[in-house]
Design a protein around this ligand. Structure first.
Ligand code: SAM
Ligand code: SF4
Length: 379
């Protein structure tokens, strides 16, 4: 079981919150696609011979900025170089303003079977605040169009805690999502990244952000509304109706290998992590010369232990005491008193050796993880 992630590093505009790797200079798109094709071939020995690729994920930046023909070329190249499951999940992140009937039909025809639509908000004032390139109306239209064309596996991204957003606004947005009958939601609490417009405004004291109490109300409302829609809260920021859990992200959270193609893309081969340079021109130049632009990190036991804690505690699959002990009996012994205290404080709960966050713990997961992290190599 494995996944292939392809990074498309271009966007039409810079959203005020985003620090992902992308460029708004799109002239090099064609050359970039050629480089991605070439890198897939260069990495054809990345997985062991018996590995089956179950998921292909186009992320960005904005994958819907390249043509369906270019996406198809990349999909075919994955098929040519890896053993791909006949039940493969192929996801494309799309911005609503890029979608039209012709493009959506072409997506369907080339085998794309999951759309991740970047709605971010169903409120025009919030969209404007975030510098999105579309309106709420366009987002709704693109979702309905995709459903009519036959895409049932649709996920949308929403962000809450946006400057000036009220709890009543958030409720309307969640009701709008439920009306559209969308089977999967990624709902992110706005993070203020330093090198963004929001980051600079925060530094100047010019950003009206919710209080901690308000953030908690946003989160509790999110849980209530998604539960009403029969969506399972299966990861801190992810909710799915039965049968619609993201195969790609779930494999990542469960420690399965994935290959990242494109500038800034991260990979994990089952033992070690690596990542490509986050610079479009340096990336293309290296790939064209058949040189590597990957940095490799050989994981120590402490990294594997902490990675397991981060990825598993955030999900419904939770932490398995036996697996922790298997990665490192020493580190497991080190964190056992903290684990037990967190259980006593009802921030964690345990059933059959599997430990999960309680509803109280879900909202403070970052602080809980900080308490649990092991810092030094004592193994
Ligand atoms: C890399 S973006 C790509 C998606 C696509 N380009 C779009 O704009 O819809 C993936 C998602 O991360 C979320 N995101 C990015 N920056 C964020 C931030 N600072 N705080 C919260 N969510 C963020 C957004 O919901 C976004 O849709
Ligand atoms: S949120 Fe999406 S469209 Fe906006 S800058 Fe980030 S990657 Fe680009």
């Amino acid at each position: 079981m494995a996944g292939v992630y392809l990074h498309i590093p271009y966007c039409k505009v810079k959203c005020h919150y985003c620090d992902f790797h992308f460029s708004v200079q799109t002239d090099s798109k064609g050359r970039m696609v050629d480089s991605l094709v070439q890198e897939i071939e260069q990495q054809k020995a990345f997985f062991s011979l018996d590995t089956i690729v179950n998921t292909i994920y186009f992320g960005g930046g904005t994958p819907s900025i390249i043509t369906p023909e270019e996406l198809n070329l990349l999909i075919k190249q994955v098929y040519k170089n890896f053993a791909v499951s006949n039940k493969v999940e192929i996801t494309v992140e799309c911005n609503p303003d890029d979608l039209n009937e012709v493009k959506l039909r072409a997506y369907r025809d080339i085998g794309i079977n999951r759309l991740s639509i970047g709605v971010q908000s169903f409120n025009d004032a919030s969209l404007k605040e975030m510098n999105r390139a579309h309106t709420s109306e366009e987002a709704i239209r693109s979702i309905r169009m995709a459903q009519e064309i036959g895409f049932d596996n649709i996920t949308i991204d929403l962000i809450y805690g946006v400057p000036n957003q009220t709890i009543a606004d958030w409720e309307k947005e969640l009701d709008q999502m439920n009306q559209l009958n969308i089977p999967h939601l990624s709902a992110y609490c706005l993070t203020i990244e330093p090198n963004t417009v929001f980051g600079h405004r925060k530094q100047k004291g010019d950003l009206a952000l919710p209080t901690d109490r308000e953030y908690l109300s946003f989160f509790n409302l999110l849980r209530k509304k998604t539960a009403e829609a029969n969506m399972e809260h299966y990861e801190i920021s992810n909710f799915a109706k039965s049968g619609y859990v993201s195969q790609h992200n779930s494999a990542y959270w469960r420690g399965k290998p994935y290959l990242g193609i494109g500038p800034s893309a991260h990979s994990f081969d089952g033992k070690n992590r690596s990542w490509n340079i986050a610079n479009n021109f340096k990336y293309m130049a290296a790939i064209e010369k058949n040189e590597s632009c990957r940095e490799l990190e050989v994981l120590k036991t402490v990294d594997r232990f902490n990675d397991y804690l981060i990825t598993r505690l955030r999900t419904k699959w939770g932490i398995d005491r036996a697996e922790l002990n298997q990665i490192s009996a020493n580190y497991y012994a080190d964190i056992t008193p903290t684990l037990n205290q967190l259980l006593k404080d009802e921030k964690l709960m345990e059933e059959d050796g599997i430990i999960n966050l309680t509803p109280k713990g879900l909202f403070i997961s970052d602080a809980i993880l900080e308490d649990l992290f092991c810092l030094e190599e004592s193994d």
